[in-house]
Design a protein around this ligand. Structure first.
Ligand code: APR
Length: 272
């Protein structure tokens, strides 16, 4: 393990454009359950997963009912306002501050990367603290609409102040297209990076799980030899399809909240 941590630190220090992809495993040490791990939400409640596949179509069919259900039932992830970033989030923010990490592309809706101080974050599956217009994709902070009062006054759904379209949660539900701005920027980062950290994700949900595969396709020619243009390093509690398919160069198996701070420590020693 220590050897792999040293290796990852060296690869980061030698990289010119590193990015990180993250999933629910980043936030389990903050008290937010993941989905497909041993005590994951879907693992323990397959019925809830089945219902989650219907949410977006429910919104399209009846936005008012979608909001009544959203405001009337507790989040599967618990009360995110009470959760705090863990040392894994802080380590990534520190690597950004040092200029090593350029972008965080996260599947998490919990806003914990931003709360840990990461500045350049792409919320690939949306953000639970934001709203988004279905038509023009304008985003709003949750606090910009008094959703409870709209509910009490029977004035749901909320409407966009920019185009008049219906406003939904910014969360990207199953079967909902990834917002084009985030999808486009994420692809650009996958094409641009020379190192991709992949942390706390089972890497089975698409199109996000395509990003490491897109990066892996890139190659560079040096002295007549062709090399992969990107180093892909996984930090996860268990191997994933990326490990098994040889998409990643190596896996550091364990907890992100323990391993990422150690990598930052090793980077600090190397940079002196
Ligand atoms: N450190 C490292 N890895 C961890 C930790 C931890 N502290 N805790 C859990 N893991 C690993 C699990 O073993 C699992 O491999 O993180 C992975 C989490 O995978 P998933 O639960 O599938 O979460 P994720 O990959 O983010 O899911 C993708 O699916 O349900 C949808 O929209 C939801 O964004 C989510 C998407």
């Amino acid at each position: 393990m220590e050897e792999l941590i040293e290796r990852a630190a060296r690869d980061l220090v030698n990289s010119s454009y590193s990015i990180v992809l993250t999933g629910a495993g980043m936030s389990t040490e903050s008290g937010i359950p993941d989905f497909r791990g041993p005590s994951g939400i879907w693992t323990k409640n397959p019925e809830a997963e089945r219902r989650a596949y219907e949410t977006y179509h429910k919104f399209l069919a009846d936005p008012k009912e979608y909001w009544v259900e959203r405001l009337g039932s507790p989040s599967l992830l618990g009360d995110l306002t009470t959760m705090a970033p863990n040392p894994g989030h802080s380590a990534l923010a520190e690597l950004e501050k040092q200029g090593i990490l350029k972008t965080v592309i996260t599947q998490n809706i919990d806003n914990l990367h931003q709360r840990a101080g990461s500045k350049d974050v792409l919320d690939y599956h949306g953000n639970a603290f934001k709203l988004r217009c279905k038509d023009c994709s304008t985003r709003y902070g949750l606090e910009e609409y008094d959703l409870k009062r709209l509910w009490e006054e029977g004035k749901l759904p909320p409407f966009c102040r920019h185009c008049g379209g219906v406003v939904k949660s910014d969360i990207v539900h199953f079967r909902e297209p990834i917002p084009s701005d985030v999808a486009h920027q994420s692809l650009e980062e996958a094409w641009r990076c020379d190192l991709m950290l992949v942390c706390g994700t089972s890497a089975v949900v698409y199109p996000f799980a395509e990003l490491p595969r897109i990066a892996r396709q890139r190659s560079v020619d040096k002295a007549g030899q062709t090399y992969s243009a990107v180093m892909i390093i996984e930090v996860n509690a268990e191997p994933t399809p990326l490990t098994e398919a040889g998409i990643s160069d190596y896996l550091i198996q364990g907890k992100t909240g323990e391993i990422l701070p150690k990598i930052v420590g090793a980077v600090g020693r190397m940079k002196g």
